[in-house]
Design a protein around this ligand. Structure first.
Ligand SMILES: Nc1ncnc2c1ncn2[C@@H]1O[C@H](COP(=O)(O)OP(=O)(O)OP(=O)(O)O)[C@@H](O)[C@H]1O
Ligand SMILES: [Mg+2]
Length: 250
């Protein structure tokens, strides 16, 4: 039996960890329509956190604000103790956030190698050091180095996008629905890659997902959004059937 004291102690341990990222009371929207309302989120170091929620609740919008692609109208984002403020996306990338947008966003007319080289040209030696590791995680990339990005399957493009982000040695890797529209064998490889990254590197992953089995398999914690606010969250073991039915299934 857990005593109240033990519970208190556990709470304390958790709050003692300085978060890698904290999002506080964030508001944002498009033109006249406000989408995010007071969004809060904490990502501890060395953890995988899933951001869950039905279609259109504001998950991608949250990531866009985090990446500096959309301005916030209130609230703050703190990475590694530093407030990001109005920092440009490129600088956020240099500060250690690697972003794989929904629908991937590789350069379809450039070869796989040239796509990867974009990261190498920006991040230099540390990026080229990681190349072999990326090939090991996603062997198909090495086989297809000379092919145009656009001829790859959806899953291969997703692997290319993740590989390219990994070359930047991010402290925080942000993935927006990496399993969307992808065949199961590649989903398994991405799952393995996340497990490997978690074990191997000092990094955290923020994952937006609708595929719950995948999210449960890789995550330590979850958050659930609805209509632009953060409803609840916690350790992934606490993602109950009740929460799923109430907030996630259609
Ligand atoms: N560029 C835009 N201009 C205006 N409204 C937008 C824009 N992008 C998104 N929205 C609106 O903002 C709301 C939140 O969208 P968002 O893309 O953040 O949802 P989401 O949770 O990522 O959904 P999904 O699971 O479908 O990807 C939706 O009502 C959407 O229609
Ligand atoms: Mg989205």
């Amino acid at each position: 039996m857990t005593t109240q004291l033990e519970e208190k102690r556990e709470e304390k341990v958790e709050s003692d960890v300085t978060p890698l990222l904290s999002v506080e009371a964030l508001d944002a929207g498009y033109d006249q329509s406000q989408i995010l309302r007071g969004v809060n989120m904490v990502i501890p170091p060395n953890s995988v956190v899933s951001l869950l929620g039905r279609n259109g609740v504001g998950k991608t919008t949250t990531l866009k604000v985090l990446m500096g692609l959309l301005p916030s109208t209130a609230g703050k984002i703190v990475l590694d103790g530093r407030e990001l403020g109005k920092m440009k996306p490129e600088l956020r990338a240099r500060r250690g956030i690697g972003y794989v947008p929904q629908g991937r966003d590789i350069f379809p007319n450039m070869t796989v190698w040239d796509n990867l080289k974009v990261s190498i040209s920006i991040h230099g030696k540390s990026a080229s050091n990681r190349l072999e590791e990326v090939y090991e995680l996603f062997p198909v990339l090495k086989e297809m180095l000379g092919r145009k990005g656009g001829v790859l399957s959806g899953g291969q493009q997703q692997q290319l996008a993740i590989g390219r982000a990994l070359l930047t040695s991010p402290k925080l890797l942000v993935l927006d629905e990496p399993t969307e529209g992808i065949q199961p064998s590649i989903i398994d490889q991405i799952e393995d890659a996340i497990h490997y990254l978690k074990k191997t590197y000092d990094m955290s992953i923020l994952l937006v997902e609708q595929y719950l089995d995948f999210a449960k398999s890789v995550s330590d914690q979850f958050y659930i959004m609805d209509r632009g606010t953060m409803l609840t969250g916690g350790a992934i073991e606490g993602l109950s059937e009740e929460l799923i039915t109430r907030h996630l299934t259609v």
